[in-house]
Design a protein around this ligand. Sequence first.
Ligand SMILES: *Cc1c(COP(=O)(O)O)cnc(C)c1O
Length: 492
Amino acid sequence: MRKELLLFEKSSPGRRGASLPSLSPEEQGRLKLFPKDLRRTLPPPLPELSEPEVVRHFTRLSQWNYSIDTNFYPLGSCTMKYNPKINEEMARLSGWVNSHPYQPEETIQGSLQLLYELEHYLAEITGMDALSLQPAAGAHGELTGILMIRAYHQSRGRPRSKILIPDTAHGTNPASSTMANYQTIQIKSSTEGRLSPRDVAAAMDDEVAALMLTNPNTLGLFETHIKEICDIVHKKGGLVYCDGANLNAIMGKTRVGDIGVDVLHINLHKTFTTPHGGGGPGAGPVGVKAILKPFLPTPLIEKRGEVFSLNYNQPKSIGKVQAFYGNFGILVRAYTYIREMGPEGLKRVSELAVLNANYIRKKLEGTFDIPFGQDILHEVIISDKTLKGTDVKTLDFAKRIIDYGMHPPTIYFPLVVPGAFMIEPTETESIETLDQFCEAMLSIAKEVQETPEIVHKAPHTTRVGRIDEVKAARELRLRYSHDSSNKSINKP
Ligand SMILES: *Cc1c(COP(=O)(O)O)cnc(C)c1O
């Protein structure tokens, strides 16, 4: 396969992507308006290429990427939903694109109305009293939530020192707790994969600021004792945080706000079809019960009569957690999705997401070990038991799925399942796609027994095969040297 050179390597002096007229003498004269020490003496060391060279380079690179627009992407916990194209069209409407957050409020009434209504839809869906759209991701929503919990306890005397987190939690939960200067106390899940009220009661004292639970949890199970657990925590003056990343399984069916949770985050890129990652803008709104409302990030978006306004007068607020009012373009996409689906549509999404996961469970359970397979909701977790007695690892198996044209599921998480595969199909996949995936899984299970060397060396069909992930993480190279005699990377 042809190697794709860097633009810097393809550069040829004098080549241009755009042709601008040269400066007139009068314009040349204007350069002198800039102080001499601020004027360049040499042009910037940028690659010089024609427009088609640049377009082809990036188009080729984009085609090597795997995406939800090209194929099945069953990452567990991450809910890689298809992103409807109508969202993109709505986010590109010129009224949004050409407005600026510093415009006077009376000129951005439509934008404020959209934010206000989105907050209310999300509060309605989750059963919370108020919401902030500012946090830029789920993890950021967690930190925002924990900072509000800290401010709440501080306002009552002292912030307390510990946060309880179950062993099935996503890694961001203990990370957020630590960033907010709390000690994380891990709680073991029961044998059925759920939190038990007895274990929470045993760990609960007046140093515990909050319990962080996830519902449905990362084993794909509904936490059936939440009400009782919330009562235990509240009795000792603690608060309950719910990680709502898995909302796609229960949306329109149940609301954690009604069960006693005080604060939760949701991930618009998981449940509400906004694009995932790439380091780009995201949104992890955080919802609270009335007792935490005074601590929400500023500004609050308010409505008086038919007029929308921004209220910065929140003396107990934890402050701002993001520029302006959050990542507006992302919020437009989530709003579009909610308006398009309506209440019945959102409920149907949860039903189909759960149905699809259980369809996969049924097809795989004869061959694979599914340790918490009773009553799963949106995801199926398989252990590495079928690989026992072979030298094939979960990672090898996952890489082989790529050769079958699909993205591997999440692996080695949750930590309580040995060598876990975590499969979440979401609601939009057809029965043919689910069948194809299950056939691939069953076929690879056979290969593990018959031709393990093929599985070991997978993937065989990609431009890049196995990479040394440890080396990549340890010897990070971010800078390209312009000196062509020295293609090595600048040392710091
Ligand atoms: C994805 C996820 C998070 C973190 O959300 P980001 O938006 O990726 O920051 C937290 N908890 C759970 C259970 C998740 O699945």
